[in-house]
Design a protein around this ligand. Structure first.
Ligand code: ADP
Length: 501
């Protein structure tokens, strides 16, 4: 049952104070965390065994909503990474490269089904370790994880159709390094196509969010995946660097920051390793005057505020046609006042916890820079934040100039930069005026305008009258400083194959 609040405050678990007539009050609906068992200590998963790290060091994985330690996780150093790569190479030579595509596909189908069966458990674990709302992990992340394994399971015995008329072969060991914002989804984007093509894997999850990937081991083992086909080494940048430098690794797939992407590109240059980089973004929404404005506002809100703005293709810039700018801004502010910030396990929560204290500090610093540079700042002050944990109110800056920091630098938080345009040409020029090029959103009722504008945007993905829609059959990737190579779809197979015409 829902009702419109007149006077009362919101129940615990929601972060919005009552504002007469504005906020719909829901009773808290907390997802139980009893479904998931988190071992107090995690070792490295190498060659089908849990091994202690050679140097015996462990780091904490923290729940950003409570700041409690969830588990101690092994820190892999170069000798551990070497053992993992060698285990992957042995599994490649002895087992995985000898299987038919059909047999590889059967393992992947099994993994996909097991992920579906354990979806709730994985969603809760992902929410605990990452801080994103359970609604997101339950309805978006985990279903997409299963969908990716299903999709690439289907390709495993049909690779000849992906490269018609060409000879092809797997590469060998793939080193895969992933970030903290979509821990399981990024693992799926990387592991599923690699295995479908016949490669074996050493995965390095982000140091902030390793737990869900480590939980996948139970699923791999239940699916009977041969030992060494997937190995998981945990640790921070030095662990990733040891993986990229290893001479037996034939391919590196990286998702993360542009700065680290550049370091990795330099480190593999001249080594013959294949490389795909999925990096940062400063993606723009373009709202034209003829758009369905309420729908557009909802798309903008979900594209930057849901998921705390922790999305590489977040729509962090809004370009709105001048004649409707005031109306759009009013609607946007009204909608922001209704957002619920708080306990990520509450099914009503829109905005969960910022993933780490370091990230929260970085976002706050950029907000201060935005205020200094003179954009007009708005945050919904009716939203109260929980007393503990890494929480932040969503905010926007209007009247920002193209040269302002908030228009140029990736914030990776719930911060929106708003400016206006008068003509489609100006909108396109402003949208493309960025070193990045990951995604864009066009909002217009006119199909011809949508197509004409989309063709001129330098972005790997352009959504029209929607945002953040993903499908495993659709390739994803960027231009410029957003990286190169594509993941997803048929395109996502090619970086994992040696193709001879
Ligand atoms: P973010 O800013 O999203 O945290 P990073 O690029 O710092 O992204 O991290 C993404 C992944 O890259 C993480 O798994 C991290 O441990 C890893 N990483 C960081 N530095 C390096 C490096 N020099 N070489 C390889 N991997 C690295």
């Amino acid at each position: 049952m829902t009702k419109t609040i007149a006077k009362t405050g919101l129940a615990a678990g929601n972060g919005a104070k009552a504002v007469a007539g504005l906020v719909v009050d829901y009773a808290p609906s907390i997802e139980s965390d009893k479904i998931v068992t988190i071992p107090p200590r995690h070792q490295l998963y190498i060659g089908g065994q849990w091994l202690k790290p050679v140097e015996g060091r462990y780091f904490d994985s923290i729940n950003p909503a409570t700041l409690q330690v969830l588990s101690k996780v092994a820190e892999a150093t170069a000798p551990d990474v070497d053992a993992a790569v060698r285990a992957a190479k042995r599994a490649y030579d002895r087992t995985w490269s000898k299987l038919s595509g059909r047999e590889r596909g059967r393992y992947l189908f099994r993994i996909a089904r097991l992920i579906q069966e354990r979806a709730r458990e994985l969603a809760v674990l992902e929410t605990l370790d990452n801080g994103k709302p359970i609604r997101e992990t339950r309805d978006v992340d985990i279903p997409l994880v299963a969908a990716h394994f299903f999709y690439y399971a289907g390709w495993a015995d049909k690779l000849g159709y992906a490269v018609p008329g060409a000879k092809f072969a797997p590469l060998g060991v793939a080193g895969q390094i992933i970030p903290w914002n979509f821990p399981l989804l990024m693992a799926a984007w990387k592991i599923a196509p690699a295995l479908a093509c016949g490669n074996t894997v050493v995965l390095k999850p982000a140091e902030q969010t390793p737990l869900a990937a480590l939980k996948l081991v139970e699923i791999f083992e239940a699916a009977g995946l041969p030992e060494g086909v997937v190995n998981i080494v945990t640790g921070a940048g030095a662990t990733g660097a040891a993986l990229t430098a290893h001479p037996l690794v034939r391919k590196i797939a990286f998702t993360g920051s542009t700065d680290v992407g550049k370091i990795i590109a330099r480190s593999v240059a001249g080594s013959g390793k294949k490389l795909t980089l999925e990096l940062g973004g400063k993606s723009a929404h373009l709202i034209f005057a003829d758009a369905a404005l309420d729908q557009a506002v909802e798309g903008v809100v979900s594209g930057i505020f849901f998921n705390q703005g922790h999305v590489c293709c977040a729509g962090s810039r809004l370009l709105v046609e001048e004649s409707v700018a005031a109306r759009v801004l009013d609607k946007l502010k009204a909608r922001m006042r209704k957002l619920r910030v708080g306990n990520p396990l509450d099914k009503n929560t829109d905005i969960g916890a910022i993933n780490s204290s370091a990230e929260l500090d970085k976002i706050r610093r950029l907000i201060e820079t935005g205020k200094r540079e003179g954009g007009r700042y708005f945050e919904p002050e009716n939203i109260t934040l929980p007393n503990t944990g890494n929480f932040l109110r969503p905010c926007l800056f209007s009247d920002v100039a193209q040269a302002d920091t908030l228009c140029r630098v990736e914030v990776f938080g719930p911060v929106l930069a708003v400016s206006t345009f008068r003509t489609p040409a100006e909108a396109i020029a402003k949208a493309n005026d960025t070193p990045y090029g990951l995604a864009a959103g066009i909002w217009s009722e006119k199909g011809s305008k949508v197509h004409a504008v989309a063709a001129q945007l330098k972005a790997g993905v352009v959504w029209a009258n929607t945002y953040h829609k993903f499908d495993p059959a659709s390739p994803f990737g960027g231009y410029g400083e957003s990286g190169y190579g594509r993941e997803g779809g048929r395109h996502g197979l090619l970086p994992y194959l040696e193709v001879q015409p």
